[in-house]
Design a protein around this ligand. Structure first.
Ligand code: GCU
Length: 631
């Protein structure tokens, strides 16, 4: 029986697959069990926990001596970084002992953060780094379980606790957890994390991406304490027929026939039920008349408390509906135009290290909501921190959430598909209680062929099965040609049949040799009765580089003209429902080494330190006008 929560609608979608032409899994969806994590620990970031953020030791290991002997023999104790050996102590006790590492006395850095910011020597390191943290556990309580939960480790993590390898995780942007109840000790726990940032043709994403590799422990590391039987997964939402649904999964020895209560504060609403043998219960009630729907204009969140046995989980949840009707995206029954922009996960500043605090996240999202008059953000090209999706809930921004199935993924490799499927499941199970998230994307600019389309259809089907309430999309590429002197764009990608929303990245006037003055006359054609988002368009500009007369590439004037002309083109697309130009802020990319780039992709409408370029006002004014006309 499937361990995780699939709503009945989602299961029927899997079986009937009305929205997907791809192979629909049978109702019992056995292969979904292979992609959902053993422990979801939904809402873990808000549970009582011991936060292990702070100083950690780190030590490089470019030849991976700590994982395998260079002759292929088992790890040599001299290099066994994952062991529980206290090198200093052992060396004092046994002068003949020889070690060629010592994590406990290695340099320290503040975690979470990418090692790119640890020191000048680490700026360009791409390989294996060992992290170590010693800690005493909070007083052990009888009948409690303890999970070690990582918000994200990029790219592959191997975790050792007190000399025991407790697990591995692949994928740089989604959470994972291990039950350490029986491995923890009261004093001097020795937590060692091997982080390997190296990607390959088989990873997700593959080696080449247009963004910097930020290896490291990027988000909080928590020791999460729960009762012996705990609430592992919950999905609480509002439906188009005016009901509040709550699917709850509890785990542990007392999961069956357990009474579950879901109370929505301020609505005088409590849903009650009893779990089945698998620990699941699906609750439903008519929404009270006083329910205030969540929207960017009114981001109302309710305090929701879920109780089951000795466990209680508190979350802040917004209730809204999202759907497509023909070529429109419809929020709470009204068409909405997505006024947004794309965003990489880098804080403002000259040396970002993916340190996404609430303040850093609020600064970025405020530029979109208040600076650009936006109501939407594309969190590209990977799942961003839960700090940001919670911030979008609080501030009122609609969100496109994406896994890094980017460019030339090895679509023919079954193991690569499993990595992508697990990543999408981890992303959805982490954020499907976030009202701000309306779109799950399964890929970006992937070359069209049968193998790739089957790969992405599988991801789209999983998406529907895990969350039938949101929209599936992907950033695609298009056919183009010159017809009667104008640029002619056709959306022919067969993957569209499996999506709810089409999204196209288009760079006419920047890449290729179109003249910028020819862009407004571009014509777009679609035979799909589906909404279109222009998920990317943009041009590089070095902040402060001006040339009003010549308007050369990389000047602010060219970027502003590019935006003016591309927005004029967008205005003529009748099936357009949203924009997320590329990109809010200049971001690091090793592929960009022009004298105006120096390792940064400069398509931001603001510089890496937040300086607004001329194009910022072009877009901000456009969105202000759009907000008026689409009220
Ligand atoms: C591509 C890609 C982005 C990239 C951008 C660019 O469409 O999706 O990741 O940064 O274009 O070329 O700047």
């Amino acid at each position: 029986m499937l361990k995780h929560l699939l709503s009945a609608a989602a299961l029927s979608a899997l079986v009937a697959g009305p929205a997907f032409a791809g192979p629909a899994a049978p109702a019992n969806a056995p292969e979904l069990q292979s992609i959902v994590p053993a422990h979801v620990l939904v809402n873990a970031d808000r549970r009582a926990s011991q936060n292990l953020s702070g100083p950690w030791h780190y030590s490089v290991d470019p030849y991976r001596d700590g994982q395998a002997d260079f002759m292929g023999r088992p790890v040599n104790p001299r290099h066994a970084r994952g062991s529980d050996t206290n090198v200093e102590k052992t060396s004092k006790e046994n002068p003949n002992a020889l070690f060629e590492y010592d994590l406990r006395r290695a340099p320290e850095a503040q975690i979470p953060s990418s090692w790119i910011g640890h020191s000048a020597e680490m700026r360009y390191y791409n390989g294996l780094v060992w992290y170590q943290k010693s800690f005493d556990r909070q007083p052990k309580q009888a009948g409690k379980r303890v999970f070690l939960r990582f918000g994200a480790v990029d790219y592959k993590a191997t975790i050792y606790l007190n000399g025991q390898m407790i697990g591995q995780h692949e994928g740089g942007f989604t959470p994972f957890a291990f039950d350490v109840t029986d491995t923890l000790r009261d004093k001097d726990n020795n937590l060692v994390v091997a982080v390997d940032s190296v990607r390959s043709a088989d990873t997700v994403p593959p080696t080449v991406t247009d963004w910097e590799t930020y290896g490291g422990i990027l988000r909080d590391v928590l020791l999460v304490e729960t009762p012996e039987t705990w609430i592992d997964d919950s999905f609480v939402r509002y439906t188009k027929d005016g009901r509040i649904l709550a699917d709850i999964a509890i785990d542990g020895p007392g999961k069956a026939n357990q009474t579950v209560e879901v109370a929505v504060e301020g609505l005088n609403l409590t849903l009650k039920g009893t779990t089945d043998a698998q620990g699941h219960v699906a609750l439903s009630a008519k929404a009270p008349r006083g329910l205030k729907l969540w929207s960017p204009e009114t981001p109302t969140l309710y305090n929701v408390t879920i109780k089951a046995g000795a466990d209680a989980l508190k979350d802040r949840i917004g209730f809204r509906t999202i759907e497509v009707k023909g070529t429109q995206i419809v929020l709470n029954g009204k068409p909405v135009f997505l006024r947004g922009i794309s965003l990489h996960e880098e804080e403002f500043g000259l040396n970002p290290a993916r340190i996404i605090t609430p303040e850093a996240s609020r600064a970025l999202l405020s530029e979109i909501k208040y600076g650009l008059n936006g109501n939407y953000v594309r969190l590209s090209h990977y799942p961003h921190s839960e700090v940001t999706t919670r911030m979008a809930d609080e501030m009122g921004l609609l969100v496109w959430s994406e896994i890094p199935v980017y460019w030339t993924v090895n679509f023919a490799r079954p193991e690569t598909l499993m990595v992508a499927r697990k990543m999408q499941a981890e992303n959805i199970l982490r954020d499907r209680n976030r009202a701000s998230v309306i779109i799950w994307s399964v890929g970006n600019e992937t070359p069209i062929n049968e193998t790739r389309t089957a790969f992405l259809k599988r991801l789209a089907d999983d998406t529907r099965a895990l969350d039938g309430t949101r929209l599936a999309s992907a950033a695609l590429m298009t056919e183009r040609e010159i017809i009667d002197g104008h640029i002619d764009m056709k959306i022919e990608d067969p993957l569209v049949a499996s999506l709810d929303v089409m999204a196209i990245n288009t760079y006419n006037g920047w890449y290729g040799n179109d003249k910028i003055e020819d862009v407004p006359a571009t014509q777009w054609h679609s035979h799909w009765n589906k909404p279109l988002i222009l998920s990317e368009f943009g041009a590089d500009a070095q902040f402060g580089f001006h040339d009003e007369a010549a308007k050369p590439r990389f000047s602010e004037e060219y970027q502003a003209l590019y935006y003016t002309n591309t927005l004029a083109m967008a205005d003529k697309i009748p099936f357009l429902s949203g924009l997320s130009p590329w990109i809010l802020k200049d971001f690091r990319s090793p592929r960009r080494q022009h004298i105006y780039q120096k390792g940064w992709n400069r398509k931001g409408v603001v510089s890496e330190t937040g300086q607004r370029k001329m194009a910022f006002k072009v877009l901000s004014d456009y969105f202000a006008g759009k907000a008026e006309t689409t009220k």
